[in-house]
Design a binder for this molecule. Sequence first.
Ligand code: AMP
Length: 548
Amino acid sequence: MILSTMQDFPLSVAAILRHGARVYGRSECVTWTGGGAPRRATFAQIAGNAERLASALAGLGVRPGDRVATFCWNNQEHLEAYFAVPAMGAVLHTLNIRLFPEQLSHIINHADDQVVIVDDTLVPLLARVVHELPAVEAFVVVGDGDASALEANANGAPVLRYHTLLAAEEPGYAWPEVDERSAASMCYTSGTTGDPKGVVYSHRSTFLHAMAVQSASLVGITEADRVLTIVPMFHVNAWGLPYGAFLSGATLHMPGPFMQPEHLAKFIAAERSTLASAVPTIWNGILALGEREEIDLSSLRAGTSGGAAAPRVLLERFERRYGLRIIQGWGMTETSPLGGMAFPPPGVEPGTDEDMYWRLKSGRVAAGVEMRIVDDSGAELPWDGESVGEIEVRGPWITGAYHRDPAPGKFDDGWLRTGDIGTIDDRGFYQITDRAKDVIKSGGEWISSVELENHLMAHPAVAEAAVIGVPDARWDERPLACVVLRPEASAAPAELASFLADKVARWQVPEYWTFLDEIPKTTVGKFDKKPLRARHRDAALEIEHVER
Ligand code: AMP
């Protein structure tokens, strides 16, 4: 081997921070306050505060490799922790604020978190489990709100105030040189099946992923952008936007606890956000608000949607009503998360059927990610847009293991088994048709629940739809459509079935229907089919039958 002459320069979170602070020191992080003036801090100020925070954490005994958790909304202080903790060599563990108490204490203990930084408004949620966290040595509360619930049960661990800690420190922390392969941060999967699993990101994976986020074939943010980060910072690195912003200079808009569509729309209008990123449920909420009152989305040049399939009708309504192009991306906690975005190929006219065809794809394989689909026997399937199998991925920002969890069956000879079922075409556009655990196999043939849901949600009377497989004596399984109607709308099962009849093969049209007030959602706002299956098993759903 001949060695190159290139420097062996470690890719690190500190390098991202240095770049943002020096080159884009005037770019801002703007935190929405719900009414009064938003809070503003420049990237240069964020960097100074990150240095102070690192000094304070070191003073609390945090050493390289130690875990520091955050239990926070999207806000300036969370961003400071995003940089300070990894840059000092410790590991940032972002906690999902919507977890059940038992899951929350499980992951804090499993990760061995030593310090927890918590927003004052979230103190009551954390306080529910604080007596079960023997290893936590200190709590740091952001804001001046009441923290007595924590203090009462903290087993002697000090409950300190973020701003007091920072005020006692000076900027100028000397960031250590880290091994780029060492842990920078960690996030647990949402764990809809079994216990959540820990994914640990390295400095190298974080840097490379942030570079990818900036590229035009993925999110493509630049200094001219103001990015409304609706996707929570506790959910897979907020899709890489905070680190991508420091590399590109894009201003960050942080909604704090004000996640309601009314607040998001006001934020966009007031601060002229140019790009917003959210799961389809949130986009839907903004659309519904726009039906009730006038909202101004004119500053948005694009939106991104991921985490679940965006229904066609959602993309169409935003485009028609607001001229807003929402582009879908696919990813997972295990993939940092970006695996690809579905930008149509060149020559496709925006607003046409062909354009929508491409935009309904889940993504196009991102540079840096390798993908394949395999059948049940593990044999690789062709990239023909038709063969359906499990998607597997590998690459520098794809996990190769889980934290302290052997996870048998999750890896296939160096490839991550995503548990997503779909197709991939000869240009690398892929389409997720189901989660492996959600597939419906009827008479030996697959029915895509995602496709049925997509069509159903295009019916004017339907607000939400989730389709699950239910046991059937003749066909093994048949689809059951769980439908939420729009307020004051009505539609009988027969009408919805005939609406589907010319859109999917006849045998795929569900004959079982149930109407609900709401589709259950996961902690990050995706449809959660597990409770629906349980309710069906317990005969707790009122089912209507339509002759096929
Ligand atoms: P999480 O780890 O919570 O981010 O969930 C990852 C899962 O979300 C993936 O494995 C997919 O099942 C689903 N997902 C993410 N993006 C999409 C998308 N664009 N279309 C369909 N499903 C998606």
